[in-house]
Design a protein around this ligand. Structure first.
Ligand code: AMP
Ligand code: GLY
Length: 431
């Protein structure tokens, strides 16, 4: 199959690796990709947010399927541009992507669909924000009502900090004040063709920068899958109470959701609650979910894109567990230092159970040496989250040991990573 993958993160690298593992003959192009993706497939220097360019390329090159990785192309309407030309695309329309792009839209759909979620109010002034914070009480949850690159959410018990956050985001639009939900977080990816849904395996993401969930929120510092502590019926329950009603409501409202419905959930004492929807695969959860997938990914994505998931059996997963640890640059998430050399990648990927999935990496020319035939380019870090190291194992201890051995052999000056990814689940499994 001829497949174009849009994006340049470790999530897209994981998608590409899963497609290649299923069938090495797939003809895959990534736009724009990164250094690691470029070592696996052809990369293309076009702006993934430019629907006209992407659709023209896909048409000219007879692409069978376009897979949209990040949210930005969705919100920019790239899926619409492709659909208009009859090109199969895995990713929702601009209108349906509001499920992620507008928290107020998502709350409205959840209400219409009867999906369990925390109480929330959209506020437009500081006085309204203050009144709502006091009504809900501490801890306070304040969210920017739009895409904010992971920086829009503040959870705090400090009323002054909550108000300051609201003040800052009110300058850019409205703000959501939400009821605090206590419990374990779970990410469940659900494939949708607009009508039918199929679940992938649950994963858990680590959003805070530092060990023990300290420090600022980030895009995600690590993940593991499966979640052995979940109820046996968890996935069925989320399909029945969250995914299906949401997909039905979206269709009834004339904005059918085709692509990946990312259900960001909290398991509270009172039951499962939705904290957020995303309209695309999660990062870094994808990096631990897809290596366990046994069912061919291309068939699932193409089936969703073409409205043919009805009657398709649920995807199957290996019993192996996967642990993913993100390596981030010094200064992430506030002001990542870029341009530093990444060394030791070959050693780190020597273990066949380990994958190094690249995100913010590029190849930089070494000082020209005309007399040498050695490699003249070396990888450098170009952004905040640089790569995810993913290891499979038959136990969490084994997968953790592999992942941390591999990441320990990578050198990035000032590089940071959490040392406690999947530590608790490994400890409880060993009991
Ligand atoms: P979001 O960007 O909406 O996923 O929020 C980022 C993180 O903030 C989530 O992963 C949670 O850890 C936390 N969070 C968001 N909303 C709530 C809530 N209502 N109650 C508790 N924690 C929350
Ligand atoms: N891992 C969180 C996200 O992808 O939004």
């Amino acid at each position: 199959m001829r497949i174009l993958v849009l994006g340049s993160g470790a999530r897209e690298h994981a998608i590409i690796r899963a497609l290649l593992a299923e069938d090495a003959r797939h003809d895959i192009t990534a736009a724009p990709g990164n250094a690691g993706i470029g070592a696996d497939v052809r990369t293309l220097d076009i702006d993934p947010n430019d629907g006209v360019l992407v659709a023209s390329y896909a048409e000219a090159h007879n692409v069978d399927l376009v897979v949209v990785g990040p949210e930005a192309p969705l919100v920019a309407g790239v899926s619409d541009a492709l659909r208009e030309r009859g090109i199969a695309v895995f990713g929702p329309s601009k209108a349906a992507a509001q499920l992620e792009g507008s928290k107020a839209f998502a709350k409205r759909i959840m209400e219409a669909a009867g999906v369990p979620t925390g109480r929330a109010e959209v506020v437009g002034t500081l006085a309204e924000a203050e009144a709502t914070l006091d009504r809900f009480g501490a801890p306070y949850v304040v969210k920017a009502n739009g895409l904010a690159a992971g920086k829009g959410v503040l959870v705090t018990s400090d009323r002054a900090a909550a108000l300051a956050h609201a003040t800052q985001w009110l300058e850019h639009g409205t703000v959501l004040v939400e009821e605090f939900l206590a419990g374990q977080e779970v990410s469940l990816f659900v494939l949708s063709d607009g009508e039918h849904v199929l679940p992938l395996a649950p994963a858990q993401d680590y959003k805070r920068l530092l060990d023990a969930d300290e420090g600022p929120n980030t895009g995600g510092m690590g993940a593991y899958s499966p979640l052995p502590w979940l109820d046996e019926n968890f996935v069925d329950e989320v399909l029945e109470t969250v995914a299906l009603p949401t997909v039905r409501t979206m269709a009834a409202e004339g904005t059918p959701f085709v692509g990946l419905l990312y259900c960001g959930l909290i398991v509270t004492d009172a039951g499962v609650r939705v904290i957020e929807f995303n309209a695309r695969f999660g990062d870094p959860e994808t990096q631990v979910v897809l290596p366990r997938l046994l069912t061919p990914l291309s068939g699932l994505l193409y089936g969703a894109a073409t409205g043919e998931l009805g009657g398709v059996p649920r995807p199957e997963f290996a019993l192996d567990v996967a642990v993913g640890v993100v390596l981030a640059s010094e200064g992430y998430p506030v002001a990542p230092v870029t341009g530093r050399a990444l060394l030791g990648l070959d050693t780190a990927s020597a273990d066949p159970e380990v994958q190094i999935l690249h995100a913010a990496t590029d190849l930089q020319a070494l000082s020209a040496d005309a007399t040498s035939s050695w490699a003249t380019e070396s990888p450098v870090a170009t952004g905040g989250r640089v790569l995810t190291v993913v290891a499979l194992g038959s136990t969490f201890d084994e997968a953790r040991e592999r992942a941390y051995r591999a990441i320990g052999s990578i050198h990035l000056e000032g590089g940071q990573y959490r040392t406690d990814i999947a530590a608790r689940v490994a400890a409880s499994a060993a009991d």
